[in-house]
Design a binder for this molecule. Structure first.
Ligand SMILES: C[S@@+](CC[C@H](N)C(=O)[O-])C[C@H]1O[C@@H](n2cnc3c(N)ncnc32)[C@H](O)[C@@H]1O
Length: 226
């Protein structure tokens, strides 16, 4: 799914909900820790100061997977707050466990479609950054419409980022990297950020891609000042 939908338009999502196995400890985390670190979906913008109990720049991560990198980044940057969206239950359970184990105060998790969260739960101009690490590449041509990064998504990201805010995407799928580059380059609200790899830990999906010999590309764009 990409960006805003018109009424009556068929919803094309960027994910298929895999059942996957939820381990007993992930189950427990979902039950016990969701009330502490989870935020239910709601169609109203969040008050970040109330959510995090302080005023700090907020970075939004789309598709946190199992959350290793989310937790590692939040641990390394305690001065920033992180909101992560993920639809996969075991992944959310795993991230909740990490937040608890590391006693992280600066992460909250929404188990819901990340584009709907971006549209409805995040006020315009409220984000300092947006992380999109290894979005599902949907390699088959007939599935390209499921790719998250398309023109309406870039427009939505521009709307939600503060001027000067950044979009950091990474993928091991060269043709999707080109698409991301083209889409954000074509959006007049973004300018290209510094070339090269921005600092971030290696993600689980990245490791898999590297093992398969896939080249990893990081893309960085900055929200223009208007
Ligand atoms: C290929 S995995 C990458 C996970 C993680 N970022 C990493 O690099 O290890 C993509 C993840 O995005 C999630 N995802 C895809 N579309 C989503 C959406 N619209 N909302 C929330 N999560 C989504 C999937 O469930 C999956 O966990």
């Amino acid at each position: 799914m990409s960006g805003k939908r018109q009424e009556g338009e068929r919803t094309i999502r960027s994910y298929v909900l895999r059942q996957g196995r939820t381990t007993p400890s992930q189950h427990r985390a979902l039950a016990v820790l969701s009330p502490r670190f989870g935020i239910p979906f709601s169609a109203r913008p969040l008050d970040f100061a109330a959510v995090f109990g302080r005023t700090a720049p907020v970075v939004y991560e789309i598709g946190a997977g199992m959350g290793e990198v989310t937790a590692e980044i939040a641990l390394a940057r305690p001065e920033l707050d992180y909101l992560a969206a993920e639809v996969h239950g075991p992944g959310v359970g795993s991230l909740l466990k990490k937040i608890d184990a590391l006693a992280l105060k600066n992460i909250r998790v929404v188990r819901h479609d990340a584009v709907e969260v971006l549209e409805h739960m995040i006020a315009d101009g409220a984000l300092a950054g947006l992380h999109l690490f290894f979005p599902d590449p949907w390699p088959k041509k007939r599935h390209h419409k499921r790719r998250l990064v398309q023109a309406p998504f870039a427009a939505l990201a521009a709307q939600k980022l503060a001027p000067g805010g950044y979009l950091h995407a990474a993928t091991d799928w060269p043709e999707y990297a080109s698409q991301i580059d083209e889409v954000f380059s074509a959006c007049r609200m973004f300018s290209p950020g510094a070339a090269g790899r921005r600092e971030r830990p290696v993600t689980k999906f990245e490791r898999r891609g590297l093992n398969l010999g896939h080249p990893v590309r990081d893309l960085l764009f900055l929200r223009r000042q208007e």
